[in-house]
Design a protein around this ligand. Structure first.
Ligand SMILES: [Zn+2]
Length: 262
């Protein structure tokens, strides 16, 4: 399937590099499928909806960053988006779902349980509940999944699109693998890694990636389970070394710019 890379949120945390919100638009026989959704029009119109996380990350509130605006600029209608596959439910990943009210929203069962069904003290403060207050159609995927590829477990979400559970950042976080045919396998690692240099020495086109201490600090501060971070980095590093596999994360602008050719 043909896949486009969009930046659906430009965020400017103090004293740290600009962060992007890397979103995929997959052209499938059944319509458009997004992987993550970035920030949306309703967030920008009513910033409190994004919860306290916005004060840390300081997103630019401009329509041009939304998936809805960029999909319309590609000549589609927002109704063409049939599914949105979330890596997790933090505000900067699900804000855009409200712009696609008829799409089916996919999440791991574990993430949905922690955020929505049985929230605890931590998750109640972490997630921005207003972002799903419009009553989206939700489809959950329970793990641990079946044997997928490369010795990892996975849950098929849609044909060619697979959840690879990678908890740590949140309780039910998962990477999303997309089979892009001739372009190989794309692995959207979400927030399983913040600093690209934690899993790769260089971008896909070969630009060296240097260590960004601020991103690593931020990653530790936001982690639900810090002990799992290094395990996920090692898994992503191994995957990235496989022939035909490209791994990228949600927020590292260096990798997004490299892949999207910006
Ligand atoms: Zn994030």
């Amino acid at each position: 399937m043909r896949v486009h890379h969009l930046n659906c949120g430009s965020m400017h945390p103090p004293m740290a590099p600009e962060l992007v919100c890397h979103v995929l638009v997959c052209e499938t026989p059944d319509g458009l499928v997004l992987v993550d959704s970035g920030l949306g029009r309703v967030d920008f119109a009513n910033p409190k909806r994004m919860g306290p996380g916005r004060l840390l990350t300081r997103p630019e509130r401009q329509d041009k960053w939304t998936a809805a605006a960029q999909i319309e600029a590609m000549g589609h209608s927002t109704d063409d988006v049939k599914h949105i596959v979330l890596t997790h439910m933090d505000f900067d990943h699900i804000g855009g779902i409200a712009d696609f009210p008829d799409a089916t929203i996919h999440t791991t069962a574990e993430e949905y349980d922690w955020a929505v069904v049985n929230p605890d003290f931590t998750s109640k403060r972490r997630y921005a509940q207003k972002q799903w207050s419009h009553g989206p159609k939700i489809q959950t995927h329970a793990g641990p999944g079946d044997t997928w590829r490369f010795g990892l477990a996975g849950m098929e979400v849609l044909p060619g699109i697979t959840y690879v559970p990678m908890p740590g950042h949140t309780k039910g976080h998962a990477a999303v693998a997309v089979d892009a045919g001739d372009r190989g396998l794309l692995v959207h690692a979400g927030d399983a890694v913040f600093d690209g240099s934690s899993f790769a020495n260089e971008t896909p086109s070969g630009t060296p990636l240097t260590k960004v201490g601020k991103l690593r600090m931020f990653e530790k501060a936001m982690a639900y389970d810090r002990k799992k971070l290094a395990v996920n980095h090692a898994t992503l590093s191994r995957l990235n070394g496989e022939a035909g596999v490209t791994v990228f994360n949600a927020h590292d602008k260096r990798i997004f710019d490299d892949i999207a050719g910006a």
